[in-house]
Design a protein around this ligand. Structure first.
Ligand SMILES: [Zn+2]
Ligand SMILES: [Zn+2]
Ligand SMILES: [Zn+2]
Ligand SMILES: [Zn+2]
Length: 232
């Protein structure tokens, strides 16, 4: 599902829209983010700082799908697996695993879900997440930066930005698509993208009715039908 140009997403702090790489540069200078960080640090009475990791995540093949997250060092790796399932991947409870990226240190060694992020992550580290060892979805995770301070969320992970839905077009008329037909994808090896009009008259039903497009790289795989919303 390729889009024509680099798609954008909004900074959760100031709502400015930027490309994936633009956002990576932006967060260090975003004044709204700096204010949120300062406020969180002030509010903390104990002064107990923790390490927070800034992660940039993308689908290994469909590069239009990406996430910028901040994760607590004390959170378990399991929390990231849960997050990826909720926002992108979950169709029918397949197995998943994290491993060090190929060519990276440790080869394909699997990382236990029960480990704390701070015992695994370091700046520059790249990991792969695999969901479903049959029709697999593969996700790349890069640890871009870390900071000491108070978390901006009570949850293990805070969403900083995600891609907007990539633009796709109806196979019949070229208008923006909002549905896809599984039969086209599986039987015809076609993208199967349909607009609101042409979905009404599309002849295929061997794999059920066409499904609404979701903002997820798993769309079109194993009957994935969203909703592609973050768990918190
Ligand atoms: Zn911003
Ligand atoms: Zn499935
Ligand atoms: Zn159409
Ligand atoms: Zn079809």
């Amino acid at each position: 599902m390729a889009a024509r140009k680099q798609n954008k997403g909004a900074c959760v702090f100031c709502q400015k829209e930027m490309t994936k790489s633009g956002l990576s540069k932006h967060f260090s200078s975003c004044t709204k983010r700096q204010q949120a960080v300062a406020k969180a640090n002030e509010k903390a009475k104990s002064g107990k700082e923790q390490t927070l990791f800034y992660l940039v995540i993308e689908d290994k093949y469909a590069k239009d799908f990406w996430l910028h997250l901040e994760m607590k060092g004390t959170a378990k790796i399991d929390a990231l697996d849960h997050y990826l399932r909720e926002i992108w991947l979950e169709c029918c409870g397949h197995l998943s695993a994290f491993q060090y990226k190929r060519n990276g240190r440790g080869g394909e060694q699997e990382i236990s879900l029960s480990r704390q992020a701070k015992t695994v992550f370091e700046v520059g580290l790249e990991l792969e997440h695999i969901y479903d060892f049959g029709s697999s979805s593969e996700t790349l995770i890069k640890v871009i930066a870390e900071r000491q301070g108070q978390a901006l969320s009570k949850h293990p992970i805070k969403l900083l930005a995600r891609n907007e839905m990539p633009e796709t077009y109806c196979i019949e008329c070229g208008q923006p698509a909002s549905w896809y037909c599984q039969e086209c994808v599986i039987e015809e090896d076609e993208p199967g993208l349909l607009c609101d009009e042409h979905v009404k008259t599309h002849p295929h039903d061997n794999y059920g009715e066409p499904l609404p497009l979701a903002n997820s790289p798993r769309m079109g795989i194993c009957g994935y039908d969203g909703p592609a919303i973050p768990p918190y």
